[in-house]
Design a protein around this ligand. Structure first.
Ligand SMILES: C[S@@+](CC[C@H](N)C(=O)[O-])C[C@H]1O[C@@H](n2cnc3c(N)ncnc32)[C@H](O)[C@@H]1O
Length: 214
């Protein structure tokens, strides 16, 4: 795990990570709301019992509202420790260890996929591989919802720059310069809804898979 010494410390000591997350989440109403942002858009679109994937699920916080909505949730993450914590938190969450850019899961197996606060951690090639994989894992007409950083405006801008310098890697800085809707489209995911939150420091997008070209 690369990044500034503060980021490495925050990942080693869970309370630092939690405190940073809690402070950042205040602008959307707290950590619970931050983790539920993707589910807020996904749940109303899917019948109960639908199979959904929480890609880069971490320790399972963002999976909670999906499980509460009676969806059948699989969580995928690369980090064994995060998966252990997710298993402790949710007995009904199916967990898979693997790379989000090359997930060990069958094609067209999910009605919905959420990606919460993770894409900014990926270098460009892996980021595109992840999005193409998500497209492959979605059933026709399925829904992909993601939440991540967006360039902040006004007074929030220097704060976001400082936050990224202290706690993120250079992939986050590159992510903030990206035309994300265009990249999603290039990877076969057509944006249907796009919302800016937290004074534009966060964005939430809902996409549908473009039909595969003949
Ligand atoms: C900032 S956390 C977000 C966790 C969760 N989605 C949430 O909203 O609470 C990013 C997660 O991405 C995972 N991750 C990073 N690179 C990955 C990869 N290549 N494949 C799968 N998971 C990865 C990390 O282990 C971490 O759990």
């Amino acid at each position: 795990m690369a990044g500034s010494p503060l980021r490495q410390l925050a990942y080693r000591h869970r309370w630092i990570y939690d405190a940073v997350t809690a402070t950042s989440a205040l602008s959307v109403g707290g950590v619970g709301r931050l983790r539920a942002l993707a589910a807020e858009w996904m749940v109303p679109l899917l019948p109960k019992g639908s199979a959904v994937l929480d890609l880069c699920c971490g320790s399972g916080e963002a999976a909670a509202p999906l499980l509460q909505a009676d969806l059948r949730v699989t969580g995928l993450d690369i980090a064994p420790r995060a998966l252990e914590l997710a298993a402790l938190r949710h007995s009904d969450l199916t967990l898979v260890q693997g790379l989000a850019e090359d997930p060990p899961l069958p094609e067209s197996s999910f009605a919905g996929i959420q990606l919460s606060l993770a894409l900014h951690e990926f270098p460009a090639a892996e980021r595109r591989a992840l999005l193409r994989s998500a497209r492959r894992l979605l059933q026709p007409g399925g829904v992909f919802v993601m939440v991540d950083l967006h360039p902040a405006a006004g007074l929030m801008k220097p704060l976001q720059q400082m936050f990224c310098a202290l706690f993120e890697t250079e992939t986050a800085t590159a992510f903030l310069q990206l035309d994300l809707p265009q990249e999603l489209a290039d990877c076969g995911l057509q944006v249907e809804r796009h919302e800016l939150l937290a004074g534009t420091a966060l964005q939430r997008l809902l996409c549908r898979p473009q039909p595969a070209s003949p």
